[in-house]
Design a protein around this ligand. Sequence first.
Ligand SMILES: [Fe+2]
Ligand SMILES: [Fe+2]
Length: 494
Amino acid sequence: MEIAESTVSPQARSQKPSEAMDTYLSKMGNNLVTKFHVLMRISQIYDSKNVALQQFTQESLQAINALIEREGNLSLKIIKNDLYLNAQRLRYSVEGFTSFKYLITQWKKRLIGEVMFKGVVNEEILKNFIYLLMNLEDGQEENANRVNEELARRDLFMIEVNPLEISEGEEEAVAFRKEDQREVAKKVFFETVGTIKEVITHIQGKQQADVRKLKRLAQKAVHLVMEDESILLGMTTIKNYDEYTFNHSVNVSIYSLAIGRRLGLSRKILTELGIAALLHDIGKSKIPREILNKPGPLNPEEWVLMKKHSLMGVEIVLNLKQLGEINPRMVIGVFDHHLKNDPSGYPKLFRKKEPGLFGRIIQIADCYDAMTTPRIYKKTPFTPEQALAVMLKDKEVQFDPILLKIFIGLVGIYPIGSLALLDTREVGIVSRPNRDPQWMDRPQVMLVARDAKGYAKKEIVDLTERNENGRFKRSIVKTLDPNKFHIHIPKYFL
Ligand SMILES: [Fe+2]
Ligand SMILES: [Fe+2]
């Protein structure tokens, strides 16, 4: 660990004048980093009117303005793993270690490399800036531009940020991490589909199924959803017609996890939700295949049987060998997943019961995935946009309004996997919804184009990008039905 500059003897410093930063400046710099660290942290918990936040804004302000008065301006810049104050390396004190680490990690995550204060700032300006900074999405290259544009829009020209400068080795590491995550996501996805298939086959053959494996996979999925939900959400575009039951379970689990994450559920509860969602239709393994895959409408007797699948699912789950891995919340989730307070819900109960949280989440995920997947009796499924419209309108099918709102916020008004026609006459596939509610209609889009070898190019563009005259470079004109254009969406996510 580095030693505080102040603890280095004057002789030692005078031997290396070029490296030395004067003790006073070093102290002020350390103080600033510590104050900034707390401010960044607090801004993630409280809104701008909170008393503690105001206090630390004031303390940070004193630190910033004192430095500006002394130095004229102030730049804090990350170079590799160090912080530089006005181009001089700032050494951290032992107590300052946590603050340095936090600041560097948080800026790096958001690809922000430098913050410059070009004049004295006040409380309002600093608060504005902190929230802008901390609300940035991780890993977005345009983050620095976004902050500068927003600051300029609010006439706050005294602060400017610069993107993180990534040295060659690091650049590869960042790209590798992304690529790696995608690979891990793919592996988890297909392994889970395989495991669910195994579980169902075992149950049909009256053998014991391995739930622990499902739990491990659910834990991995939770981790992936926490890191970057759009990678796993992209996988849900794989709508496998022949292996509907298995894919459907995994997709419902991914959507449920993404909703649960937005609700702020803990990793432990998310894992339980993931498993419950994976098992939600397990009762169907006891229903004859002819009924499940019947091309026409079911007759009344078949419906009676079909409607028993949630109850049969509970029975199967309670008979699992590793029952210790299952808790009542998960069992109730399976039981509740078709329970509604209208005639369409089942099973019918003697006493009215509201579906629990897991059940309400799974209902939304279940319905959306079922509607957007081709089935033997409905070969052309709804587009993501059509499915959301039905879910919002259909009075027969009612959902928890808040959860539905969260889900729509999650998939965006143009959900991942939507095919869109752009005003540039290009066609793109929505790859990541925009998290900023004011730009819900401007997601990231993967352009449909092929390279010379005929492979999908997978070039991603951000629809919030503007050209020199301030106009948006690309906008969505309308969504298209991929079935009509013979575009195989999942290919772009694999
Ligand atoms: Fe079901
Ligand atoms: Fe289902």
